[in-house]
Structures are given as structure tokens and as C-alpha cells.
Design a protein around this ligand. Sequence first.
Ligand code: SF4
Ligand code: SF4
Length: 400
Amino acid sequence: MGKSKVYFTDRQARPDYNMIDKLEHVFKELSLDKEIKSGEKIMIKTHFGQWGNTNYLRPAYARKIVDLVRAVGGEPFVAETTGLGYGGDGTYGGRTTAPEYLGMGALHGYTDATVGAPIIMADGYWGTDVYDIEVDGEHVKTVDVAAALLDCDKVIVLTHAKGHGLGGIGGTIKNLGIGLVGKRGKAAMHFLGDIKIDPEKCLGPECSKCLKVCPVRCITMNEKAEVDESRCIACHHCVSICATVEAKAATQTWRPNHEQGSIFVENTVGVINAIGADKFYYINLAIDISDKCDCWNVGAPLLVHDIGIFGSRDPLAIDQATLQAIKDAPANPDSPVGEIECGACKFAMVHACKDPETGEILELAERQLAHAEKMGLGNREYELATITKDPPKKPGGAEE
Ligand code: SF4
Ligand code: SF4
């Protein structure tokens, strides 16, 4: 297999070629202006960020993509999927149901009016509006792909590239493998599918809170709550709500941290296979790069300076190129990676996830991308095509 092409434009913005102009340049290098046909339904998949996170992607980038799609005759919409857990997050709500997360998105500037297109939750109200797609993964055999994907002609995956505590890097693969699956797919990353309700601890009919939040209605109440395991999707809602009443009767086992990046990857295989790799276009904005995913309620310190924008048709090559650029960048001395040398993995240092057997600190990002290669998601070998615009001309034609 030859190298995959990854387009790159750096962070150096100027008034006649700012980051929005650069995004348009990447859009054109990906030939989206030629390949989008009139009337095609174009999903723009992004992430709106958790309340309290201030590193998330500004909606202006989604707006620009919407305008570019519409200019060539496409019918754009912006999509996200519901998050895990249940019960919101204080005054400003959570991301668990469609209305919660749409409200959350509005707080971060993501509304139909600001992005210029409809915003949808691609996996429905509860995160259960999905299609099952089979994959031959080591951990995952069925991926619950967000139903809205199935009706798309093309998908532009607009990703904020940053760290992720369980996958190392939260890039394109994470945006697909967690961001375009339903609740079960997200829960499968964090947990093993073994919901248990301890009758000794359950508070019984006077509580019944788990019955209300179970999206598939598989909990019944006699004297104590009981789960029909054959229908449970292991979504974690009952565990979350039970923790709020402090009974902690409903429990579920966490998956070992170092395994979780592999779930991103295997889910991503299902997402891409659902409509075919030829429908996907990838853009990573490597800006505001902390070690944490935007689902954290904090804008954690930035580990490096902004890098720029990457574009590719290969979901693995784009994440590999982005990771390498972050490794190569000098560390922010005020960040948790301090004076770490160029070339070392900042994410590994901060995440400090240890191999349970050897105690060695694992480069989770490398593990994620190696598994992606093994699963045939793409190519780790890439050719970086740096794109730029000619410097502005001075009056009379002299270069500045
Ligand atoms: S939320 Fe917990 S304590 Fe309440 S009924 Fe359900 S399992 Fe029992
Ligand atoms: S019983 Fe299963 S499906 Fe229902 S809320 Fe609990 S984890 Fe989710």
C-alpha cells in the first residue's frame, strides 16, 4: 500500500488568509467543491463540548463548512450524538438525551441559526435510534451506528484534535467510533456489559428512578428492581441514576483503561462500513490541544501551541499525521508536560496509563492507531502535502 495523502496548513493566520480561509482551502484540496452533487445530504459531524470546557471547537468552523456545502448545491446538516450517564450536570444540563445536549450545544453557540443548517442528534432522543452493523473486532461484534448516518450521501468529519484519557488521542477515529454510535456503543468503550441490581441495596418501589430512565424499558419493579438482561443495552443510565440516590444498588464493571481505545477503532470500522469509505472526508483542527477530550467539563491547560488544519480521505493517516505533529511540537512549559523533549508523547506523559502487568506507561495513542491499522481502517504511512497561499502582493506587484 502506498502512502496516504494528508493535506496540512499551519496555524500562521493573516488577515487575507485566516483559519477560516485555510479551512476552505482544505475543503477544496479534498475536492469537496467538485464531488458534492446538487441535492446531496451532507452530514457535518462535530462535537459541541461539555459545559465548562473552553477548548472545544468554535461553531464558526462548522458554519464555514455549511456555507461551502450549500454553495455547491449540497444540503448540509450538523450532527452529534447523545452522551453517556444520566441526570444532567447541574444548572446547565448534560448531554444524555437529545434535548439536554441540544440545549448544551446552544450554550456553546451551536444553534441552527449560528451554523446555518439544522442540527440533529443522529442517534435520537435516548441514543437508541441506531442500526446494527456487524464487525469482526476483538472486542466488538456489533456496532450500533447512529441511524441518521444511513441516509447521508457524504459525511464531513470535522474534528477537534486533542488528547483523550482512554484512547491517547481524540481525533477523527474517536469522532467516528464514539461520536457516531449510540449509547450502547459508547458504553461498550467504558464498561463490560454486566448490569447487576443488588436486591439487598435496592430501595424498591418508592424509588423506581431507574425504571424511568431506562431507554429500552427493560427494568421491572416487584419488591425490588429487576433487569431483563436479554434486552439491556448496558447503557449505564440506571447505574448513574442509582448513584444519585446513594443506594448504589445498580452496578457495572469498568473495562480496563488500556483496552478502551480499541473500542473506538472497532466501532469506527462499523460506522464506515455502514455507508462505505468513499462517502467520508476528514478534517482535523489541531488547535487548543490539551490532554483531555471535550467531554470534560474543564478547558485543561494546552500542551503545545496550535498546529494547524489537516485534511485527508484516510481516517488513520490523518490521526497519525496529527499525532506526529503534536509530538514534534515544543511543549508548553506552563502545562503538565513541562519541559518534555520534542518527539516524546505528551499525551502518554499526562495520561500515565500503566500496563497492568508490567507497570510500564503506555502510549495509548500509538496503541489506538496500531489497532486501527490491524483492523484495516487505513494507512499509518502518509505523505504530508503542505498547502499555503501566496503572500499578499504590495501595490505595483512587489511581494511584501
Ligand atoms: S434507582 Fe437504584 S435504588 Fe432506586 S429502584 Fe433503581 S436500583 Fe433500586
Ligand atoms: S437496565 Fe440496561 S438498558 Fe436499562 S438503563 Fe440499565 S443499563 Fe440501560
